[in-house]
Design a protein around this ligand. Structure first.
Ligand code: PMP
Length: 395
């Protein structure tokens, strides 16, 4: 039946986003992920990918995926709890648990659904959840799905966290939730202080290591390993989509945690498991990570070179202490303009604006990888400086 309904109201909202510099048109890239990529017929230096170690192009990972398609076919055929747990899924989870030093690990379809599914099922009305204000959207959404009492602490503010724990006075089971590395600022959570407070007040600790997996800790084992807090963090979430170079997420911890999530986490229960090629590629990547310290050292070396060059030039890189290096610009329209001019100069660094970050904290977020050469990074700095001077961000 014909309908006279129109979507004018959607268009109005899109026009508002456009007026305020918040409208996004995803660039379409040709070729593989890497330090140089093509879009619209132009070759650009890429500073926005999470492919920290260049694993998306690794021949061993690709060969494992191809072999798995031959052995298991293209899809898993079902959700995990019916016929969708193939040998390769099981093997990946054992490998992940061993790598992380936990009893068990459970793989989800993405990092996003890991947080959504794990938080929504772990937090009921008897729980208090206290979350860093800069935690990732998937944590915020996971918490929104629960009936838990919610508290937020100012970014990395341990006094505020302690006050919230004190107010609770042991009445509810408390969960402290934090990113291991913060995705928009590139700073590291004060995990030792969080764990100490958790132990003082009997709380659980939940860490999202999306940007710490493959980056922090020995061979990229994550923030728990980096701070030597093994056995003191109750839920370690990671992604398989960033440094690991494939797609997916996982929650690592006690065996009982895994068995509970299998029964309760809705994205796990009601969505088809990864294709065998994905699981096999992840498995090959985790095996490679075990010998990847030299590559990780190169990543950190690149990051400190790039960050200190930007600071020498007068840019504000916020609290960055990892390969995520934001260059702070300001309001959304100014940030969008900076990013656009940078692209004209041959460098792609995504503008991140409100509501992802505060209205006056727009930034171009640069992500350094191990695959960048020093020349690549020096080129990027030159272009950032040129645009910085042109726009008045630099004096
Ligand atoms: N947590 C954090 C901190 C992230 O930055 C991201 C990626 N944007 C996710 C979770 C979601 O991970 P994925 O892309 O694997 O869904």
């Amino acid at each position: 039946m014909p309908t006279n309904k129109t979507f004018d109201y959607l268009n109005e909202e899109l026009q508002r986003l456009q007026r305020e510099g918040m409208y996004r048109i995803p660039a379409v890239w040709s070729g593989a992920s890497g330090p140089w990529m093509e879009t619209g017929g132009r070759r650009l230096l890429q500073l926005s990918s999470n492919n920290y170690l260049g694993f998306t192009g690794h021949p061993d990972i690709q060969a494992a995926a191809i072999e798995a398609i031959r052995q298991y076919g293209s899809g898993s055929g079902s959700v995990r709890t019916i016929t969708g747990t193939l040998g390769i899924h099981d093997e990946l989870e054992r490998e992940l648990a061993d790598f992380k030093g936990t009893e068990a690990a459970l793989v989800f379809q993405s990092g996003f659904t890991t947080n959504q599914g794990a938080l929504a099922s772990l937090l009921g009305p008897d729980e208090l959840v206290i979350s860093d204000e800069l935690n990732h959207a998937s944590i915020i959404d996971g918490i929104r799905l629960t009936k838990a009492e919610r508290g937020i602490f100012a970014h990395k503010d341990m006094d505020q966290l302690e006050r919230r724990l004190k107010e609770n006075d042991g009445r509810k089971r408390a969960f402290i939730v934090t990113d291991g590395v913060f995705s928009m600022d590139g700073d590291i959570a004060p995990l030792p202080a969080i764990v100490e407070l958790a132990e003082k007040y009997g709380a659980y600790v939940y860490v999202d290591d999306a940007h710490a997996s493959g980056v922090l800790g020995r061979n990229g084992k994550g923030s728990t390993d980096h701070f030597n807090l093994h056995g003191r963090v109750h839920v370690q979430v990671g992604t398989l989509s960033k440094a690991v170079g494939v797609v997916g997420g996982y929650a690592a911890g006690a065996d009982v945690l895994k068995r509970y999530l299998i029964h309760k986490a809705r994205p796990f229960l009601f969505s088809t498991s990864h294709p065998p090629a994905v699981a096999a590629a992840c498995l090959a990547a985790i095996r490679l990570l075990r010998h990847s310290q030299p590559l990780i050292d190169r990543l950190w070396n690149n990051a400190s070179f790039f960050r200190s060059r930007l600071q020498e030039e007068g840019f504000d890189t916020g609290g960055s202490e990892t390969p995520i290096v934001p260059v702070l610009i300001g309001k959304p329209d100014r940030t969008a303009e900076f990013s656009r001019l940078l692209m004209q100069e041959g460098v792609y660094a995504q503008g991140i604006v409100y509501p992802t970050v505060a209205m006056d904290k727009g930034r171009v977020r640069c992500i350094v990888t191990a695959a960048h050469t020093k020349d690549d990074l020096a080129f990027a700095v030159d272009k950032l400086v040129a645009v910085g001077k042109r726009t008045g961000v630099l004096q």
